[in-house]
Ligand binder design. Structure first.
Ligand SMILES: NC(=O)c1ccc[n+]([C@@H]2O[C@H](COP(=O)([O-])OP(=O)(O)OC[C@H]3O[C@@H](n4cnc5c(N)ncnc54)[C@H](OP(=O)(O)O)[C@@H]3O)[C@@H](O)[C@H]2O)c1
Length: 561
């Protein structure tokens, strides 16, 4: 993209990284359209005084109003070269589904939809997403924030695969703890202590965040210079290939290296669930893995409450004939309905020992073509629905001081495949939620694990189970045609055997068979493709960390001895 004068549009420039990036880009001689929402728009006045153009833009606004802003923005200098999805909120507490997901995920998706047509028209442009260290490590009470940042990395990488043939690029910058206003109480959607069991944890995390606020190790001024270098291919980035992700800060360098080498510590004091008869509740059992898991658990002598939504409920009859209890449950139902189903389910055997968040489908189509509703639907089935279901069952499990939550993640929690951006984003987010949840509930004797299966035989890519997108934008026609044919061909020709996968999940939960004597895994890939795919991503990531180490670690403030 070289040292020509660029036109940047940056969201969330009232403070922090957005503000520093605006000033640094101006100083390099670039043009910047600094944007902010109405409540903090006055804070952009000094950016304007220093040469920025300013526009009001709330990333959570409806698409139509973002498209209006995009039109105005493009008129200012005739183009936008760099779009920076920077606005973000920090939402602590795992069950607050609305706040940071709309600001951190659905908002930027709409902003991209508004600006990408102008970039495609010119066959040139860079999209920058500001991710986070939390896109790799999911700490207790930060599950949802981490989930959004995991999702962003997936969205950026998938977007890159879709737009790079058109001359565009996408990068996810993943800063560690930088000195900004992100952790001030205004930007933190904290709801205080709602459940007594979490009181100690909540207070400890609050104290930690208050202590960390404005004491972060990362120097924002240094960080933004690197972002500009990378976008312009100058300075520290000169001669290096454009990276698709770029961590910033020695803290994030360490965390990613640890995650990518699989050197995860397992803090798990309550290992045993043993071979007692367990009661399972599994979502999405009309076909595929859910069905196999139901049969595998029944075969081991366990009880299973198999659930399915109304349109496929009749398919559960033969599970019933084989000993399962069946209940109607659409995971996207309102919380009140889910709570009613939970009550009924617990009543059957007086308890639920294992909850499996399995229901899922694949939302297919290029990121830019996906409507807000389609993006939301995918998150609703894979993330928000399971969160509501967890909330319905966790009080019961906490009361009994025992219980296991199994999340069916995917190889797509690591790899990013064109035309399934939303699927990949939700599966990245699933791992984050499971890990944060485990850290939060393990003190009560509960556990959570994320099974990251490779591609296995099921209906997931069958016509009834994925939402095919007929190409809506000419630029993506070829991509859609190719990938749709690939999905169809893959269906019924997938390498993994769901029966074997189900047997191992039962082993892991019961600590039997293949899992005997092993520590309960917080993440478990299954399938040779998952093993190979995840390993490749980890090795590439570690390679890139090495190649950029001096740059990544150069943004810290000097250490005070
Ligand atoms: N197959 C793979 O290669 C693969 C790889 C990694 C991970 N996974 C994951 O494995 C899980 C199971 O998928 P599968 O491969 O077994 O595919 P599948 O055969 O298509 O099964 C998906 C199940 O989810 C149900 N479902 C979808 N939306 C639902 C909703 N709103 N409420 C309740 N149930 C709903 C479906 O029910 P209906 O019949 O009503 O649609 C079906 O029972 C998913 O989370 C998927 O992402 C699959």
């Amino acid at each position: 993209m070289s040292s020509e004068q660029l036109v940047w549009l940056i969201t969330g420039t009232s403070s922090g990284i957005g503000r520093h990036l605006t000033l640094a880009a101006l100083q390099r001689g670039d043009k910047v359209i600094a944007t902010g929402r109405s409540r903090s728009f006055a804070k952009l006045a000094d950016l304007q005084a220093q040469g920025a153009d300013v526009l009001e833009l709330d990333v959570t606004a409806p698409l139509e109003s973002l498209q209006e802003v995009a039109k105005k923005a493009v008129q200012i200098h005739g183009r936008i070269d760099v779009l920076v999805n920077n606005a973000g909120s920090y939402s602590s507490f795992i069950y607050d589904t609305s706040y940071s997901s709309s600001t951190n995920v659905f908002g930027p998706l709409n902003v991209n939809r508004a600006f990408l047509p102008y970039m495609r028209e010119r066959h040139s442009g860079t999209v920058v997403w500001i991710g986070s260290l939390s896109g790799w490590r999911s700490a207790p009470t930060m599950g949802l924030y981490s989930a959004t940042k995991h999702a962003i990395r997936a969205l950026s990488q998938t977007l890159h695969t879709e737009i790079s043939p058109l001359g565009l690029r996408s990068i996810c910058i993943e800063p560690g703890a930088f000195k900004t206003d992100l952790l001030t109480s205004d930007n933190r959607a904290s709801h205080g202590v709602r459940i007594g069991d979490y009181k100690l944890l909540t207070e400890a995390v609050e104290a930690h965040l208050v202590g960390l606020n404005h004491n972060q190790a990362g120097d924002t001024n240094k960080g933004v210079e690197i972002i500009i270098d990378v976008v312009k291919g100058e300075g520290c980035a000169a001669g290096k290939p454009f990276p698709l992700i770029l961590p910033l800060g020695s803290d994030v360098h360490g965390v990613i290296k640890e995650q990518a080498t699989f050197a995860r510590e397992v803090h798990y004091p309550y290992l045993t669930m043993s071979s007692q008869q367990l009661v399972w509740l599994i979502t999405g059992t009309s076909s595929g893995l859910g069905r196999c898991l139901t049969l595998a658990a029944l075969k081991r002598g366990d009880k299973v409450i198999a659930t399915g939504r109304s349109q496929s409920f009749s398919k559960l009859e033969d599970l019933k004939a084989q000993g399962a209890d069946i209940l109607e449950l659409d995971v996207t139902s309102p919380p009140e309905t889910i709570n009613e189903v939970a009550k009924k389910a617990i009543h059957i055997y007086g308890r639920i020992d294992v909850l499996v968040n399995n229901a899922g489908y694949g939302e297919i189509g290029p990121l830019e073509e996906k409507t807000s509703k389609e993006a939301y639907d995918q998150f609703n089935t894979h993330i928000f629905g399971p969160l509501n279901i967890n909330q319905a069952f966790l009080p019961h499990m906490r009361e009994r001081r025992t219980g296991t939550i199994v999340w069916v993640g995917s190889i797509c929690g690591w790899i990013c495949v064109p035309t399934i951006a939303m699927y990949c984003a939700t599966k990245h987010a699933t791992r984050a939620l499971s890990q944060a949840l485990h850290a939060e509930i393990s003190p009560f004797g509960l556990r959570s694990t994320c099974i990251e299966a490779g591609f296995f035989q099921s209906n997931i890519f069958g016509a009834a189970h994925h939402v095919t997108s007929e190409s809506r934008i000419d630029d993506y026609k070829e991509l859609v045609a190719t990938t749709d044919a690939q999905w169809e061909a893959m269906n019924n020709n997938l390498p993994g055997d769901p029966v074997k996968c189900a047997e191992i999940i039962v082993d892991v939960v019961k600590g039997e068979g293949t899992a005997l004597g092993k520590q309960f895994p917080l993440v478990l890939p299954l399938g040779s493709d998952a093993h190979g795919g995840i390993k490749e991503v980890c090795e590439k990531t570690i390679g890139q960390l090495g190649e950029w180490e001096d740059v990544i670690c150069s943004t810290d403030f000097p250490r005070v001895a």
